[in-house]
Each structure stands twice: as C-alpha cells, then as structure tokens.
Design a protein around this ligand. Structure first.
Ligand code: DGL
Length: 268
C-alpha cells in the first residue's frame, strides 16, 4: 500500500456520494475529502469563480500530498477540469461528467437522455458534449434544478415537499410522448433525492449517477486498488465552514455516522 491518499473535493457534502462509491470499490485506500462548505453552492456561480475555487481546493489537497485528485462535483468538473489539469499536469485528475455520461449512454435504450444538474453544469453544456462524444446521435434534454441542492443540504430528501418540487422540475420532461428513458443525476447532491425522484418518474425511466462509474474510472487510472485485502483505509475530513453541520448532513450522504470532532476546518 502506498499510504498516500486520494484527494476528493466538492462544494459541500454532495461529493460524499462519490466518496462512498470510491470506498466501496477500493476499501483499503485512504482518502482526504474536502467540502468547500463556506462557499457552497458552486452551481449558481460564474465559471470563472468556480475555476478559482476549484484551484484553491486542489491546492489545499495537493499541499497535504495526494496521489490522485477526484473532482466529486459536476459543476467544478464542468468548469474547472481543464484548468486543474493545466495547473497540475503530473497529477491524475478525474472528474465526474465523463463517467456520468458513460453510465447514461450504457443505461439508455432509446438514447434519449435527460440530464438534471446545477445551472452552471447545464449552462456550459458539459453533459451534452460528453454524451455526444460517446454517441453523436443521442438526444439530450437538460434542466437546471438548483433547488435540489438546498433541499439535499437541508435533509428534505423525501416526502410531499421533495416530491412536489421534483414534479415541478421533472413533469415537463417526462409527462409527454417522446420522453427520455434515462435520467442522469448530474449533480453529486442529487442521489440522496433518488426516492423522491423515483416516486414521480414513470416506472420505465432508469436513474443513473456518476458515482460508481467514477470509482471505476479511478480504479482504471490507478491500475487497480492498493492495500491489503480486508484492510480499511483511513479518511481525513476537511471543510471550510461548519464542522457540526458538515458531519450531520454528511452522514446522510455517506451512509454512516461522521463525528464533528473528526472534521478539520481550513481556510482556503
Ligand atoms: N455537488 C455539486 C455538483 O455536483 C453542486 C452543488 C453546488 O451547487 O454547489 O454539481
């Protein structure tokens, strides 16, 4: 085992859905996770700002020494992946959009794919580009669902309020004859809303996100997992604000209890 951790960052706790998939794919690896909670959300900010924030997140992780960087935020992947790679040419850097597009194209029979994400991700057309790279004749219907980020952060992930908001966003896409057969959750905050989305979607629609395909891409990039079989790698937790909130909300995203005392607050 190399002992050098994999760095993972997101604007907040959303990237924990990706970290969860990474840990399940490579349990013996160690990780450093950074949630830029002081500056969340990224999804409504300009691309220039998201690039600047992403470079700062990456610098904080690289300073602590990481052997690869996972951009566990679609908004940051959409706007900042090129800049991150240009600034750190020797470091493997993996975003979530390409893996998300792969999952969508693999799941869709009709190749009419819906993408929901933040304003920033939809505005830049990153998913459309990534899906068309894989299948130039695929049809992509996109919608920004900014409110889902706040609802996920607030823990309003199921029940009548979550379903009413989901209906408002999704009905115009799915309640029609030529509706897509696949929905990509193009924001790492959205997987925790899956039950509410499932409740309002036609049953034949597949829901996909980029967590598992991102973990597979990281494994591929690192040429397989390291570490002794059965060993469990450590995780260090960093956030830019609110350790207690990060731990409380993060526990839902991670699927296990996270203690506030374990979260180190840093300034970027
Ligand atoms: N989790 C981030 C993403 O995947 C967005 C949340 C935010 O707006 O900060 O796009």
């Amino acid at each position: 085992m190399t002992g050098i951790p994999i760095g993972v960052f997101d604007s907040g706790v959303g990237g924990l859905t990706v970290l969860r998939a990474l840990r399940s794919a490579m349990p013996a690896e160690s990780f450093i996770y950074l949630g830029d909670t002081a500056r969340l959300p990224y999804g409504t900010k300009s691309a220039e700002t998201v690039v600047r924030y992403s470079l700062q997140c990456a610098a904080a992780l690289i300073q602590r020494r990481v052997r690869c960087l996972v951009v566990a935020c679609n908004t940051a992947s959409a706007s900042a992946l090129d800049a991150l790679r240009a600034h750190h040419p020797a470091l493997p850097i993996i975003g979530v959009i390409e893996p998300g597009a792969q999952a969508a194209v693999a799941a869709s029979v009709s190749q009419h794919i819906a993408v929901i994400a933040t304003e920033g991700t939809i505005g830049g057309g990153a998913y459309q580009t990534a899906i068309h790279r894989l299948n130039p004749s695929a049809r992509v219907t996109s919608r920004a669902c900014s409110l889902f980020v706040s609802m996920a952060e607030e823990g309003w992930t199921e029940g009548p309020i979550a379903e009413a908001v989901a209906r408002r966003y999704l009905d115009p896409i799915f309640q029609r004859n030529d509706a897509p057969d696949t929905l990509v959750l193009g924001c790492t905050h959205f997987p925790v809303l899956a039950a509410a989305l499932r409740a309002v979607l036609p049953p034949q629609v597949s829901i996909v996100d980029s967590a598992a395909t991102t973990a597979a891409a990281v494994l591929h990039q690192l040429h397989g997992a390291s570490g002794a079989p059965g060993a469990l790698g450590a995780v260090s937790w960093l956030a830019t604000d609110g350790a207690a909130r990060f731990a409380r909300v993060g526990s839902t995203f991670l699927g296990e209890t996270l203690a506030a005392e374990a979260v180190e607050i840093i300034d970027l």
